[in-house]
Design a protein around this ligand. Structure first.
Ligand SMILES: *Cc1c(COP(=O)(O)O)cnc(C)c1O
Length: 379
């Protein structure tokens, strides 16, 4: 937790718009994940908060990483490239999964040097991998139910259960090695049953593959989706963990490695934004505040992540229904039409909490406004 006084001080020191990342909170979230899911190795999904400092802290805690582009791969590889070649190969598998099922040929060619784990979900990708990255280890991405997730992730990726084993056998016929199966139940999943269903489906596919003669699979990657505690409606992580643990224990022998790809869960609560009121007006009878940060910037999560970040004042005072806008000329740049704020003046600061996931990571420079400055505390 960063106190309001500290946030204000940081804003005075660094200016606004500001995005503060609390590394104690990153460590706390990581440790909670390990504590409640001891059999699961977390591969942090770098896209949720792509920052080398975050990668460093989580690496030091013992995290592995899910990357989905070559630049993300390189940020993580920086951490292991100094290791002796012999050890490096094991480290790459232990530390990185390239979890984008569709990879440009140029990326595959480059990845082939490192022989990482990569996901796939269709025949065309098998052909590409065979030609350009035959040394990679393959993980089949399975399409699973995303019901009740805030962000749906199954419409674009995933082999259907009916074609899964055919694809595994096809990859095998071409001399590739399929190491296991992955899925994603949808981001910020509040429907815990999705994990149960997906794990059972995965176990069925393991059984079918074995029955059809393929026995080389040894990992299950349960993806991301672990919900951040944005508000009180989100059930505690330990409840979800209990459910996952018992299903894993029931369905998979001990020698099967279990991976996960949490993104949001590690970084959401570690982020705080502080911005400044640069103008005010009365519109439709409502006090309307214009901030130096908006939906093209730190609040981009409201668009891409379907998440809302309440705007809060440091000042006390009688709350009034107010509107909060971003700084650009676009009428789309609305943070909220209904925020309860005290009467605020130009240059007053406001803040939002739990704004670390899919926020500054998707900020643009639209209209010439720079994204918030990122500062790291408690590193
Ligand atoms: C985005 C993504 C994640 C992270 O998901 P969260 O819901 O943030 O935990 C994990 N795996 C894959 C393949 C993703 O695309």
């Amino acid at each position: 937790m960063i106190s309001k006084a500290r946030l204000q001080k940081l804003a005075e020191e660094h200016g606004t718009p500001l995005l503060v990342i609390d590394h104690d909170e990153l460590r706390k979230n990581f440790q909670m994940f390990r504590k409640y899911l001891p059999r699961v190795q977390p591969y942090f999904a770098v896209k949720a908060g792509a920052d080398p400092a975050i990668v460093r802290t989580l690496f030091e805690e013992g995290a592995s990483f899910d990357v989905a582009s070559m630049p993300e791969f390189k940020v993580v590889y920086e951490k292991i490239k100094h290791l002796p070649a012999r050890e490096r190969q094991q480290w790459i598998w232990d530390k990185i999964i390239y979890a984008n099922p569709i990879k440009p040929v140029e990326t595959l060619r480059e990845l082939n040097k490192y022989k990482p784990l990569v996901t796939f979900d269709n025949l065309d990708e098998i052909e590409k991998i065979k030609e350009h990255a035959p040394k990679a280890g393959l993980v089949l991405r399975l399409k699973v139910s995303n019901t009740g997730a805030m962000v749906e992730l199954s419409s674009k990726f995933g082999a259907s259960p009916g074609e899964a084993v055919d694809l595994i056998l096809e990859a095998d016929r071409r001399g590739l090695v399929v190491e296991g199966i992955s899925f994603h139940v949808g981001s910020q999943t509040t429907n815990f049953q999705n994990y149960v269903e997906a794990l059972n489906l995965t176990a069925d596919i393991y059984t079918e593959a074995k029955a059809r003669g393929y026995t080389k699979m040894n990992l299950v990657d349960i993806g991301g989706g672990f919900p951040a505690p944005y508000d009180k409606t989100v059930r505690p992580f330990r409840e979800l963990a209990r459910l996952i643990n018992s299903e894993i224990k029931r369905l998979f022998p001990k020698n099967i490695e279990i991976l996960a790809e949490p993104g949001r869960f590690f970084v959401a609560t570690a982020g705080y934004s502080v911005s400044k009121i640069i103008g005010r007006a009365i519109r439709d009878g409502k006090p309307s505040y214009y901030l130096d940060d908006g939906v093209y910037h730190t609040y981009s999560g409201q668009v891409f992540d379907h998440c809302m970040y309440p705007v809060k004042a440091f000042k006390r005072g009688k709350a009034q229904l107010s509107a909060v806008f971003g700084p650009t000329c676009d009428a789309f740049d609305v943070i909220s039409q209904a925020e309860y704020l005290p009467s605020l003046n130009r240059d007053d600061l406001v803040y939002s909490e739990k704004i670390g996931a899919y926020t500054y990571a998707s900020a643009t420079t639209f209209n010439g406004f720079s994204p918030a400055k990122v500062v790291h505390v408690n590193e």
